[in-house]
Unconditional design. Structure first.
Length: 94
């Protein structure tokens, strides 16, 4: 179900883009943004507990070696005050 929601969202985000401009999600860049949200005052174990994932899974997210499901993206957006679009692309839609 999470994959379907994420897929639907990525399709929605790309609706107004020409086919030549559509891009794949750069999960390494997403991981850098997750790391930015975590900040330096919180360790991975603490932040993972807040998100409801294991420390190992959070590490894989931050490294960009694992895709982030819709539920975790939503929790990240809510805890950080950022949009899911920013988490996925690095920019907010105006």
């Amino acid at each position: 179900m999470y994959i379907c929601i994420l897929y639907a969202y990525t399709q929605f985000v790309n609706l107004d883009m020409p086919a030549s401009k559509k891009t794949e999600i750069d999960w390494k860049a997403v991981g850098r943004r997750v790391r930015e949200i975590r900040g330096f005052g919180v360790n991975q174990a603490q932040f993972a507990l807040e998100l409801g994932v294991s420390q190992g899974q959070l590490s894989r997210y931050e490294q960009g070696s694992s895709e982030i499901g819709a539920a975790v993206l939503l929790r990240l957006a809510r805890t950080s005050g950022k949009t899911i679009e920013w988490l996925l692309t690095g920019r907010d839609r105006l």
